[in-house]
Design a protein. Structure first.
Length: 125
């Protein structure tokens, strides 16, 4: 088992972004798209304590909104396309972006919880 005191917070957060165990970085965090494993297959860290809940969607809304809205405004200002073009372009882009960001952001939130010993997570051996 990896010594939790050797894992820095920044390393844990990067591991969470890559959808890996924040403790060891070897085990997968998810068994399906956003369904968390009960425990790490490599180090045995219990993931049942996590409470990611609504944080990942809010973070994704902020990220995607800050990218899509300015782009849409720029396209509108420069080309003034029909509203149907806007809808056909920005809706799929926003949905695909959100879906691609969901697992890494959820992993990041869980890694934050682990690094800060929140919701029952403990870095003690």
């Amino acid at each position: 088992m990896t010594n939790p005191f050797e894992t820095s917070t920044s390393t844990a957060l990067l591991r969470g972004l890559s959808c890996r165990c924040p403790n060891c970085g070897k085990g997968k965090l998810f068994k399906r798209f956003t369904t968390i494993n009960d425990a790490c297959s490599a180090c045995g860290l219990d993931f049942t304590h996590h409470r990611a809940d609504d944080a990942p969607p809010y973070i994704i809304i902020v990220i995607v909104g800050h990218i899509i809205v300015p782009l849409a405004l720029i396209v509108e200002k420069m080309f003034q396309p029909n509203l149907a073009i806007h809808f056909a372009l920005w809706m799929p882009l926003a949905i695909i972006s959100a879906l691609l960001l969901l697992p890494p952001i959820k992993g990041f939130v869980i890694a934050i919880q682990w690094a800060n010993e929140m919701h029952g997570f403990s870095r003690k051996l």
